[in-house]
Design a protein around this ligand. Structure first.
Ligand code: OGA
Ligand code: MN
Length: 315
């Protein structure tokens, strides 16, 4: 049976069913999966039955998987470095009480795209729910292609050659972490055009995120006001929807034509165990052993900006 694709909004988001993604897919099946992604940007696969290993293996169909940074002496909760931990749990699997880990995750509840702060961005993110709270904790998605298309022509012209400056530290500061701007300025920042052609569809998309700090060549305040205005534009009701999770659900989103954010929930009372694989843009299926850029970026991060903050919890 082929993939069944049911749109959520007319041009954005789809519930996908009818394909067993725990096993190896044929080239034709894989094309159905990527075609649905190119058209809808976000695809929801319910009750997949994926194990950690199958989650990683399925993800390799889409390119090189980034690996979680290694750090001497820290225990990993998850069994593979290809699994990023988006949970509120410590390495022992209990709800974390570590303020740095909690603060880090707050950044995920701002509209963002994954790895916008890296030179090589993330194309697909594949997030699998293992355990979810009984209420709240949905994830929101925004359509940055339709939002771009609906901008006034003069704004499109203005944005055409603009470049955004992106920093992970900036988004964590926006989420409340106490990081002086001088420290952010001293660290790596990634430059990405604010508008680009989305490869899979040929449609133009905005590329902005909570990580986008400044716009190159613009007055700082004017640039920041414009970034805020663009994020508000993209996240109007007609461009967004939320996914309510059950354990076993997998959502794939294409960061190059979407933004997303985690919804609020009572993170001190409920376990929310979410695991994510992260595909590097422009890489081929099953590419292995490229550089380890996340380890490099995070080598000297303060704990509040450690992507594996949760891993360090309690120690
Ligand atoms: C992520 C992310 C939000 C969520 O994993 O990249 O932003 O709802 N997650 O868990
Ligand atoms: Mn994210």
């Amino acid at each position: 049976m082929g993939l069944h694709v049911k749109p959520i909004l007319p041009k954005f988001g789809a519930e996908c069913s009818g394909l067993d993604i725990t096993r190896e897919l044929s080239p034709a099946e894989l094309k159905q999966v990527t075609d649905a992604m190119d058209t809808y940007g976000v695809c929801v696969y319910r009750d997949t039955g994926l194990t950690d290993e199958q989650h990683v293996e399925f993800s390799r169909n889409f390119g090189y998987l980034e690996r979680v940074p290694t750090r001497e002496g820290f225990k990993m909760r998850l069994p593979f470095r290809e699994l990023f931990d988006a949970s509120n749990l410590n390495p022992e699997g209990e709800i974390t009480t570590d303020e740095a880990a909690i603060s880090y995750r707050k950044g995920d509840r701002l509209w963002h795209t994954d790895s916008a702060f890296m030179e090589k961005r993330t194309s697909y993110s594949l997030l699998l729910a293992h355990e979810v709270p009984s209420e709240g904790g949905e994830t929101w998605f925004a359509d940055t292609r339709s939002a771009y298309e609906d901008l006034p022509e003069e704004m499109k012209l203005f944005l055409e050659d603009k470049v955004g400056i992106n920093s992970l530290w900036w988004s964590r500061k926006q989420a409340g972490a106490d990081i002086p701007e001088e420290e952010i300025d001293a660290r790596f920042k990634a430059r990405h055009p604010l508008v680009h052609v989305h490869r899979g569809s040929g449609r133009k998309a905005l590329f902005i995120a909570a990580h986008t700090m400044d716009i190159e060549g613009m007055d700082k305040q004017e640039g920041r006001d414009l970034i805020k205005q663009l994020i508000e534009h993209c996240t109007q009701p007609q461009y967004i929807f939320s996914v309510k999770w059950n354990a076993g659900d997998l959502v794939i989103w294409d960061n190059l034509c979407t933004m997303h954010k985690g919804g609020e929930y009572d993170y001190k009372s409920f376990k929310r165990d979410m695991r994510r694989t992260t595909v590097r843009e422009g890489t081929e299926p099953h590419t292995m052993d490229l550089d380890d850029s996340f380890t490099k970026l995070f080598a000297d991060s303060p704990k509040v900006v450690d992507i594996q903050g949760a891993r360090a919890a309690g120690r």
